[in-house]
Design a protein around this ligand. Sequence first.
Ligand code: FAD
Length: 406
Amino acid sequence: MTKTCVIIGASHAAAQLVVSLRSEGWKDQIVVISEELDIFYHRPPLSKAYLSGEKNKTQIAIRPREAFDKLGIEFVLGVRAEKINRKDKTITLNNGEVIHYDKLALCTGARARMLQLPGVELEGVCYLRSAHDAESIQRQVKPGGRAVIVGGGYIGLETAASLRALGMKVTVLEAANRVLERVTCPQMSEFFARVHREEGVDIHTNVQVSGFIGQQHVEGVVCADGTDYQADLVVVGVGIIPNAEIAKDCGIAVDNGIVTDEFARTNDPDIVACGDVANHPNRLYQRRLRLESVPNACDQARSAAASVCGTDKVYDTLPWFWSDQYDIKLQIVGLNHGYDATIVRGDVTGRSFVVFYFNNGVLIAADCVNRVKEFMVAKQLVAKKAELDLALFADETVEIKSLLTA
Ligand code: FAD
């Protein structure tokens, strides 16, 4: 009898999952449900090349639609999966349709965290998670107009860079005392703040946004200290929330995302979860993580596909991330949480250097600014839990590759 694997969500995790399901030997039906009409597109360019207009829709497709048709994937698009009934093994959609599954994969990702502040409903106050959001921001771009970005994280800073490229005057408002505070060390924060200022962005930290003003369209951003900033466009980038409610409502374990094991399995043997929504155990860092990155979504989807097909493929790849802003390619390897020392290789006052992070003398992470070679080496060193003389990392006369055999 033909079996059905249903996947909810059609983004990075799902795109890899369908390919891996076929390569793992799933010959039966695969049905993908997505509330978005645009599917299987790269999300990272939404704040970068897609927003700035350098790339179009076709150029951000993960694979052309025909590639998925060739794999025999069926799509149910523009509808939301509302409820999972684990007893009947069915999913109820918001159009009333009920779909049966034998195996279910939750690739529901995350959504932008919304602000609950006066005036947030005004036209021109935008969030950025989908291609639709990026297009809506693009429509409101006016060269010479004023854009205010709420949040100085990666999405906020990338959006600032893209809006500068489109000729807007850009202000970034950050509540913490430095940009990227949650994810990086003070030197990196200072570096990015300097670069953005050099590129003409006005950055304010320790600023608590308290509301938005305007008639129908936003005209300004008001802060708790009484200051206000004129705005023709506001982009809010204050983090994301995992789309885990559908799992929680049917009794699947949820704790900062859907709780999975190292094989992407949930507490229901017929349901897997992967990508931004999944909270999984990481062997290298010996703790649970919910990562928000494309490499995580893709690698975890490979394990999820194996689990659906009845084999065990552990997910334990090293986390890595990237960010593009202006002429800067930042590549991040590992997680720096708990670092007790940093070493800089190169010149932080320029635009090419590395910050290595250590815990008890062990290399745990590295932020590589326009340093691809160091990034490749750091990936191996972090995976090996390298413990080397720290001075070697700083010394530019020591070839970085030599550290692999040191
Ligand atoms: P998502 O991409 O979140 O997709 C989930 C999909 O499921 C969505 O389409 C959602 O609408 C749909 N869905 C959810 N619930 C339901 C439901 N009940 N019914 C139907 N459909 C549903 N990562 C990097 O590694 N590098 C970067 O530089 C980078 N830049 C980024 C820039 C931006 C602007 C954004 C938004 C993200 C960026 N990311 C980056 C993060 C990266 O895009 C995510 O990690 C990745 O998209 C996660 O993929 P996913 O498949 O888990 O979930």
